[in-house]
Design a protein around this ligand. Structure first.
Ligand SMILES: Nc1ncnc2c1ncn2[C@@H]1O[C@H](COP(=O)(O)OP(=O)(O)OP(=O)(O)O)[C@@H](O)[C@H]1O
Ligand SMILES: [Mg+2]
Length: 452
């Protein structure tokens, strides 16, 4: 059977310009990052000034992982200009800290990634005249059955290092090297870190911990972080970029037990709408196959929707991606730009009308107003303490509205019993869409031009 045509090729791109994947640590990644100059400056200055743990706080899908990746990439380029050596860990997916993680299991995961990173860097380090003592022994052990667990944990980096496919295109050599224990490998790697980074000014391996909000509450966050605080997070040669949503980083890191360990978290706010068209045009530039390519969702149409759904980049990208996958490339390629924009607008409107049509619960005018302020003015997330911005003089009436919207599946309300400062109202994706539908029907009702 012949494979069907690739949709993105039909539009004239190598792949989707609307992918919701985070930006990777790479030169192309750095070209894709739009705005964030101040945040980048702060992270880079912190890194170069010896800060060991840098924290990023921002809503879901706002761009934390991408910012961390580009910062790490930029720091990794300093060496070529005679600056410090920063090596971002090589990993397909950033590390997450689950509630079931023990300090030992986490340490092992971290060191597997560091091992992969140093092994990959060993050739360029050698070219600089820097020798990693014991490298050959570790290499032999990793190729042996005993080292298999570590080799698999190091994962993607290993084939490139060994020049063969881990899945077995070459038989592994038997272990003739005298083995390593977990602590043996960690000690060896620590000796390399000490050699490469005798002082913080020399640089370090940059490790990432993502999505701290998955620890669910501050109590868990403190419990998981405290044992790491004086060990892994303080280890010479390691630098950390930790990120999270829902106020977790800011609240957990300002508890007395954590104070002084972390830098003041850097807030990652929604990207300014004026910058958003460049997100799409930068992607189009890199992914374009030829001059005849056509963006199914133009940069301007994307900006309008981004603004209307409350400035969430991940969600807006997801809508554009889904739409383009279902639209007809040959039709879109031949129609006018205005009609293309119109078609995307109609799609988003239909999606949002559907959400409203399927609401199992009646939403009153006051609820809609609350949802409107949350999406439009708070970019979909705020603390209940901000009740005045919703037109209330106290918190309880706002919480009544939030309860009703929550029952309708339009918002989420996180209350953290372990730390009452951490209470966050967040718009669900359906809440963002429902707001859009309401906005458009209001406009129609009042005869306002359908412009968002
Ligand atoms: N400054 C930016 N310039 C261009 N694209 C960006 C920027 N920030 C984020 N993006 C894109 O937006 C999407 C969401 O970004 P990212 O995954 O980094 O967000 P996040 O805050 O880490 O999300 P989550 O809270 O879900 O982990 C990705 O597709 C990413 O490529
Ligand atoms: Mg992320």
């Amino acid at each position: 059977m012949v494979a069907p045509p690739n949709k993105w090729h039909q539009y004239g791109f190598t792949r989707s310009p609307y992918s919701t994947e985070a930006i990777k640590v790479s030169e192309d990644g750095a070209k894709l990052l739009v705005g964030r100059d101040n945040e980048l400056d702060t992270i880079l200055s912190d890194l170069n000034s010896g800060a060991q743990v840098i924290a990023l706080e921002g809503d879901y899908g706002v761009g934390k992982t991408s910012l961390a990746a580009v910062a790490a990439y930029e720091a990794s380029t300093w060496r070529a200009d005679g600056g410090p050596l920063f090596l971002p860990v090589k990993a397909e997916v950033p590390l997450r800290l689950g509630t079931t993680e023990t300090p030992e299991s986490f340490e092992k995961k971290v060191y597997m990634r560091i091992a992969g990173t140093l092994l990959l860097a060993s050739a360029s380090l050698k070219a600089e005249g820097r020798h990693l003592e014991g490298l050959e022994r570790l290499r032999r052990w990793l190729q042996s059955p005993e080292g298999g667990g570590w080799a698999a944990g190091i994962g993607a980096s290993i084939p490139a290092f060994f020049g063969f496919n881990l899945n077995g295109s070459r038989t592994r050599t038997p272990n003739t090297s005298g083995g390593f224990s977990d602590t043996g490998v960690i000690t060896l790697i620590d000796s390399w870190l000490a050699e490469l980074f005798p002082t913080p000014e020399c640089g370090g391996v940059i490790c990432f911990i993502d999505n701290l909000e998955e620890l669910e509450n501050v109590e868990n966050a403190v419990k998981v972080f405290e044992p790491l605080r004086d060990t892994l997070l303080r280890r010479p040669g390691l630098r950390w970029i930790v990120s999270g949503a829902e106020g977790m980083v800011r609240t957990a890191f300002s508890t007395p037990k954590m104070s002084g360990v972390f830098q003041e978290p850097i807030s990652v706010l929604p990207l300014h709408p004026d910058l958003v068209p460049s997100v799409i045009s930068a992607r189009a530039e890199i992914l374009r196959q030829d001059d005849s390519s056509v963006l199914p969702v133009s940069a301007d149409a994307f900006e309008k929707v981004y603004l209307a759904i409350g400035k969430n980049l991940r969600f807006a990208l997801g809508l554009a991606d889904k739409y383009a996958m279902r639209a007809n490339p040959s039709h879109l390629r031949t129609t006018t730009a205005a009609k293309r924009d119109q078609a995307f607008d109609t799609y988003v409107l239909n999606e949002s009308n559907q959400v409203v049509g399927q609401l199992g619960k009646k939403i009153g005018t006051a609820d809609w107003k609350t949802l409107g302020v949350l999406v439009r003015e708070k970019a979909g997330s705020c603390s209940p303490g901000e009740y005045r911005d919703f037109g209330y003089t106290a918190m309880p009436p706002l919480l009544t509205r939030v309860k009703s919207l929550r029952e309708a599946g339009l918002v989420r309300y996180t209350t953290d019993e372990s730390d009452l400062r951490r209470r966050i109202i967040t718009a669900e994706n359906n809440g963002r869409l429902a707001y859009y539908s309401r906005l458009r029907s209001d406009e129609e009702l009042h005869g306002v031009a359908a412009e968002v």
